[in-house]
Design a protein around this ligand. Structure first.
Ligand SMILES: [Zn+2]
Length: 473
């Protein structure tokens, strides 16, 4: 065989082998491998650290200067979701792509903070539970918390948008509920003229002895002040389903017509002495002194000593003094109702009639028409009674000179009060009481002095000045 032919064959084989080895990329591909996992979960808000990737060719990692790498990533660690990181290699004019999937997840449960240790169960409701709920991702979840009342516990629970749930349990403790106590502020009963005004004073709420300020009270007021009638105002408080009521009675009345009385032409230096609250053990001594000075007075009589001195009324009358009603009992409880007052008045007037043969139409309210003590019984009763009694034809008197003997003044002071008071008026209605020794002792000086100063003493009648104070209740 030709030696040259062999050599040529060998050279051709070497040449073909060389071409194959040098240009093997024509036949082989590179490949990309991710460092770490293809699927990565990270907690929301935590940093994402990409572990990178490598490209291999023919079993060997390709050197950095031999390829181009672009990484495309849309990972947002602040928003829960699924993201991609895309690695794009360019190696010898060819593109190699590999992806990694990143799940940004929220695995942290919300929290519920409760201010209570225990929930109290009352009659039909529960004590309020104060709580807040927060989540690392969703923020404030307080409004989404569900509260479930079970037999022995209350479960508060909430889930965040990634369905992470939290549950808090509070024990239930049963509490026995006592009804609250209501007390009316102001009078339990009102008398109001039609088209008058009613001022709501409300009620006070007590839990036992303890007053509960600003407790919610519902008030049912159907009073029609334009229409006569008896109305109730209903006050209700609710203590966990146990209700307490209290009522106030409002009497709306029409003012009655009152006969017009002509006043006697006012004179000067006229004194009407009036003696209240007797007769009593001193009264006959009063009569003696009045006789000595030939002075007539008006006695506003009572039977507060239960018949013991009642006969003296006849003596007063026979001596020319004027008899008028003060009160049978002289107890302020007569202002507890118009009926109580009128019964007391009529009882006294009947006793007077039995003694002297006639009733009187003159009277004086215990405490005067301006008294406010009656307000603790009925709001508005003095105004109501004054109108009622005047409409029936009675005339009531107050006073414009107060001896202050009823307030415990001594003889000297009584004398000064009467003399100074009388000197200021043309006509004086003088308040005195024949139940005080001090007044008895003051009387001679009062009478002698006023007589010497030219005063005329008269008894009250239907046309005398009434010296009304003005009604305060
Ligand atoms: Zn009196």
């Amino acid at each position: 065989m030709n030696k040259h032919l062999w050599r040529k064959i060998i050279l051709v084989i070497i040449f073909i082998l060389n071409i194959f080895l040098i240009r093997k990329d024509v036949f082989l591909d590179a490949y990309v491998e991710l460092n770490g996992s293809d699927f990565v979960d990270i907690d929301v808000f935590s940093k994402y650290n990409d572990e990178g990737s490598k490209i291999f060719f023919d079993g060997k990692e390709i050197k950095e200067n031999l390829y181009e790498l672009n990484i495309d990533s849309n990972v947002n660690n602040k928003i829960v979701g699924t993201y991609k990181v895309i690695y794009k290699y360019n190696f010898r004019g060819k593109e190699y792509v590999k992806e990694r999937t990143i799940n940004v997840v929220d695995k942290e449960s919300p929290t519920i903070k409760v201010a209570n240790d225990v929930v109290y169960k009352y009659n039909n409701d529960y004590s309020k539970i104060y709580f807040t709920s927060k989540d690392n991702y969703d923020g404030d979840l307080t409004k989404k918390v569900s509260v479930n009342y079970l037999d022995n516990e209350v479960i508060l629970s909430v889930s965040d948008s990634s369905n992470n749930e939290v549950r808090v349990s509070l024990p239930i403790e049963e509490v026995e509920v006592e009804p609250l106590i209501l007390k009316l502020n102001g009078s339990p009963i009102y008398y109001i003229e039609t088209n008058g005004t009613y001022n709501e004073k409300g009620v006070s709420v007590f839990d036992g002895d303890r007053e509960l300020k600003n407790y919610d009270v519902s008030v049912d007021n159907q009073v029609d002040l334009t229409k006569e009638g008896t109305y109730e105002i209903k006050y209700t408080v609710d203590n966990h389903g146990v209700k307490t009521n209290i009522f106030r009675i409002i009497n709306v009345y029409k003012k009655l017509d009152v006969p017009v009385r002509e006043k006697s032409t006012s004179g000067e230096k006229i004194v009407y002495l009036t003696f209240d609250d007797g007769p009593c053990a001193y009264t006959e001594d009063f009569l003696k002194i009045l006789d000595e000075y030939n002075v007539k007075a008006t006695f506003f009589v009572t039977d507060q000593f239960n018949g013991k001195y009642l006969d003296i009324i006849k003596k007063e009358y026979d001596k020319g003094h004027r008899i008028a009603v003060h009160t049978n009992t002289h107890k302020y409880s007569i202002y507890a109702s118009p009926e109580d007052y009128v019964n007391d008045f009529n009882t006294m007037n009947e006793k007077i009639e039995n003694l002297i043969g006639e009733k009187t139409n003159l009277f004086r309210f215990p405490g005067g028409s301006s008294n406010t003590i009656s307000r603790s019984y009925i709001n508005g009763i003095m105004k109501y009674l004054a109108n009622l009694m005047e409409a029936k034809g009675y005339v009531y008197f107050d006073w414009n000179v107060d001896s202050t003997d009823g307030a415990g003044s001594g003889t000297e002071k009584i004398i000064n009060n009467v003399l100074n008071g009388v000197r200021k008026n043309n006509e004086s209605v003088v308040l005195m009481h024949d139940i005080h020794k001090t007044t008895l002792n003051a009387l001679p000086t009062i009478l002698s002095t006023l007589k010497s100063e030219g005063y005329e003493f008269r008894v009250l009648d239907e046309n005398s000045i009434t010296a009304h104070h003005g009604i305060n209740n």
